[in-house]
Design a binder for this molecule. Structure first.
Ligand SMILES: Cc1cc2nc3c(=O)[nH]c(=O)nc-3n(C[C@H](O)[C@H](O)[C@H](O)COP(=O)(O)OP(=O)(O)OC[C@H]3O[C@@H](n4cnc5c(N)ncnc54)[C@H](O)[C@@H]3O)c2cc1C
Length: 387
């Protein structure tokens, strides 16, 4: 059967250099990863640890795909896949540099002026500049085209920024936000008149209010802009081209191993406990399901990585990986909880129980952050030629 979406996904394997790189990453993690229990490691990409991010940067692995002239490691998308896979499997606290490495750095490289690249990229690679993404707003979540925050041209150059962003991951720990705002026209113009700005979060008029989640953590924030004076060079890319820029950026956000491994520390802990108690065979059906689901997903994610590596922007294929990936990530805590509940006589491992409680509480967010399930499925249907 021929399908416009599935035909894009050719079976791809990680090249030998990327596999060899894996050993280096594991060695680094063996010495540099703090000793942490599974429930803390399960936070991984919510885990903010600036000192860890800087150690990773000092090893050359923040801004891994950025050119050497800016302090990057100039590695390809496959090596980044391996790095991210290993960091998440270990439960490393990656929140600090995460978004700058994955999205903001590549975005600035693609659309930034020479001065913007010279200023921001070396700071990203040194682990000194952390970025957050300002897309969502209270009345514009999935419907990004209706963002209402507005940058108005200021007398004498520059812009005045007013509005409010919400659910901004890590804003409270970041120096910069890349904000999608309206810079011309009206909200009815939908995809026109949107632009991206690099907002220095220390500017007067910026207020950041952390939001506490169900698990008691505050990993995202509300961000208010009250007549913030932005210099002309805060604009990134073309005025009015924000929609196209954001769409390309989302391919980076949605396709990687980040969308497969959010529950992996929990799964690993369960396996450790089952091995120690000799009970693994009793759960063969669930374990087999996890193994097959993950291996197919991983192959899909590598196929999308191959497209990124060849310079394409696989927006719809990335949506497919994210949708199926979050289904797996959400099945892990649900099925482990069911297995534990089915064995009420078995002594519970406290670390496993805490990790399971945490992952179960946050798992609903996996299919919201980065684009909701319903929106992704609409894109996939379009990619399959069904809409
Ligand atoms: C943990 C977490 C971290 C996040 N981090 C960030 C971040 O760093 N930066 C950022 O900008 N945002 C972030 N978000 C926001 C996230 O991207 C939004 O929550 C998401 O885009 C959905 O927007 P909303 O919550 O306003 O829901 P809404 O858009 O109001 O949607 C509510 C429900 O309606 C459905 N729906 C909406 N429109 C349609 C449609 N046309 N067809 C079918 N169904 C539809 C949605 O799928 C959803 O189920 C984060 C969210 C979470 C949970």
């Amino acid at each position: 059967m021929s399908s416009p979406l599935l035909d894009q996904l050719h079976l791809a394997t990680l090249p030998p250099e990327a596999q060899a790189f894996r050993a280096e990453v594991r060695q680094f993690l063996a010495t540099e990863m703090p000793e942490l229990p599974a429930d803390v490691r399960a936070r991984s990409w919510m885990g903010f640890d600036a000192a860890f991010s800087r150690r990773l940067a000092a090893r050359g692995w923040v801004g891994v795909t950025l050119p050497r002239e800016y302090g990057g490691a100039a590695l390809d998308a496959f090596s980044r896949f391996v790095l991210v896979e290993e960091l998440l499997a270990a439960g490393a606290p990656v929140a600090g540099h995460w978004i700058a490495d994955r999205q903001s750095g590549p975005l600035i490289l693609k659309y930034g002026t020479a001065a913007q690249k010279d200023f921001y990229l070396p700071r990203i690679c040194a682990g000194e500049a952390f970025f957050c993404i300002g897309m969502s707003e209270p009345n514009a979540g999935s419907d990004l085209a209706s963002v209402g925050s507005r940058a108005t041209p200021a007398d004498g150059g520059g812009w005045r920024l007013n509005g409010r962003k919400i659910w901004t991951t890590n804003a409270q720990n970041c120096q910069y936000m890349i904000a999608l705002v309206r810079s011309s026209g009206t909200a009815e113009d939908r995809h026109q008149g949107l632009s991206q700005f690099i907002v220095d979060l220390s500017l007067p008029g910026v207020t950041i209010r952390p939001i506490r989640d169900l698990a008691g953590d505050a990993h995202f924030s509300e961000v208010f802009f009250d007549d913030v004076a932005l210099p002309p060079e805060a604009l990134i890319g073309q005025e009015g081209s924000g929609w196209e820029q954001v769409t390309a950026e989302l391919a980076f956000e949605r396709s990687g191993p980040e969308r497969l491994y959010s529950s992996i520390v929990l799964l690993d802990r369960w396996l450790t406990v089952l091995r120690a108690s000799g009970q693994a065979a009793r759960h063969a059906a669930v374990l087999g399901r996890f193994a097959t689901h993950l291996s197919v997903l991983r192959n899909l994610s590598i196929a999308v990585t191959a497209q990124l590596a060849s310079g394409q922007s696989p927006v719809i294929a990335a949506a497919l990986v994210k949708d199926i990936g979050t289904e797996f990530e959400q099945a892990v805590p649900a099925l482990i909880e069911a297995a534990l509940g089915a064995d009420p006589e078995e002594a519970l491992d406290a670390e496993l129980q805490r990790a399971c409680a945490y992952v179960s509480q946050v798992a609903p967010t996996y299919s919201l952050r980065g684009g909701t399930r319903e929106i992704l499925r609409g894109m996939i249907a379009r990619g399959l030629g069904l809409r």
